[in-house]
Design a protein around this ligand. Structure first.
Ligand SMILES: [Zn+2]
Length: 390
């Protein structure tokens, strides 16, 4: 299959992208338009970029609303507060079976063009997921909430896995000291990936292979985010959403916020969601070049925007196509006729998001019905119109 006539957001080049066996096989300057050409999907006025990498989420926590109503000193204060204040609400959400909560977490990401999520928590090992769930990590919750974290951190059997841990999620001294303690106890010098790092200094950052920046979650909880301009001099900055417990479901909302606050340059922010993340997690994605996994998003180009400005103008409503390892997972209804030959016998749901109609793989109507049997009040950001086999 060839995606014809799309503009790459990093270079501005208009290209054809050839896909075979789940990989990108060829990128070439867009050929003259030949509407009848076989196995071409024709685009007009469209941009393309790699499927996004969300480097921090808890897939099973995305049926929670944002809990909290003030600024907290650190995550332990917030945790104690919500367990006391929202005891019943938390119990209600946890009554929804985990596999349903996780499936919704996957859709939350896919709806935005995220094709890889680094899930934090217990290993899910889901077969045939609609996106890549990256779990080649040793996850520790945090120094405060992970029992025996020093022993787990120094488990020699898992020496090659990066250690992913919430750290420095606070604005007080405890949050800062926790980072020092983590650095001190990393006796085997494992690769540390710190989540949040709001209390982190450049000197501390030097001990980390990467930091996952979740600005929206930070502002919600702490009214402050990490000193990214300082930290980026010392370590790699990746981008994450965290779950809906502390942030909006839509990663584009987070990206627009980060773009506006300017702590990363436009290029750095883009890389934190693509190439840089792929490099740190050692994944064959995050780039539209030959031999990479065909994780591709095509979106409608907003007039007058070029290159990365066009990328930063995107919202879920603009997505025309989301491809994961060469499989079409989501597409705008305007592409149905062109795509139908590639989708035989596959299940898609027709959904409405804002005023746009999209097809998304799977039976999302059934999922929503099942979730609503436990949580009748839950408001989904989409409306399901129909379920069909193409
Ligand atoms: Zn988290």
């Amino acid at each position: 299959m060839i995606l014809h006539n799309v503009q790459l957001v990093n270079t501005g080049q208009v290209v054809d992208i050839g896909i075979g066996d789940g990989k990108i096989v060829k990128i070439s300057p867009a050929a003259a338009d030949d509407i009848k050409a076989i196995s071409q999907i024709h685009f007009n006025n469209a941009i393309a970029f790699p499927g996004l990498i969300n480097s921090h989420d808890h897939l099973d926590f995305n049926l929670f609303p944002q809990f909290g109503n003030r600024t907290y000193k650190n995550y332990t204060e917030w945790g104690a507060y919500i367990h006391q204040q929202f005891k019943q609400e938390i119990a209600d959400v946890l009554k929804v079976p985990a596999h349903l909560r996780i499936l919704w977490g996957i859709y939350k990401n896919l709806l935005c063009g995220v094709t890889t999520v680094v899930n934090h928590g217990e290993r899910l090992t889901i077969n045939d997921a609609l996106i890549t769930i990256f779990e080649e990590t040793l996850d520790l919750h945090s120094a405060a909430f992970e029992k025996g974290w020093k022993f787990k951190l120094n488990n020699p059997l898992k020496k090659n896995l990066p250690v992913v841990i919430h750290t420095g999620e606070g604005t007080d001294e405890a949050a800062s000291k926790e980072i020092d303690s983590l650095i001190y106890w990393n006796k085997l010098h494992k690769n540390l990936i710190g989540i949040h790092a709001v209390a982190m200094t450049g000197k501390q950052a030097n001990h980390f292979k990467g930091i996952v920046w979740c600005p929206q979650s930070n502002y919600f909880l702490l009214s402050k985010t990490a000193a990214i301009q300082e930290l980026k001099q010392q370590t790699s900055i990746l981008f994450g959403t965290d779950s809906t417990l502390t942030s909006n479901w839509n990663i584009w909302d987070h990206i627009h916020m980060a773009h506006k606050n300017g702590l990363l340059t436009d290029e750095e922010l883009y890389q934190s969601l693509t190439t840089r993340a792929a490099m740190i997690w050692k994944m064959n994605t995050g780039e539209l070049t030959e031999d990479k996994d065909a994780d591709i998003v095509v979106a409608r180009k907003i007039e007058a925007h070029t290159k990365l400005d066009a990328f930063y103008a995107v919202a879920p409503v603009d997505l025309l196509l989301v491809m994961h390892r060469g499989n079409i997972r989501l597409f705008d209804q305007e592409l149905l006729v062109q795509l139908a030959p590639y989708l035989e016998n596959r299940h898609f749901s027709l959904i409405k998001i804002n005023d746009a109609y999209k097809y998304i793989e799977g039976n999302i109507a059934e999922l929503i019905e099942q979730i609503r049997s436990y949580l009748p009040e839950f408001v989904f950001p989409i409306e399901v119109i129909d379920h069909q086999i193409v």
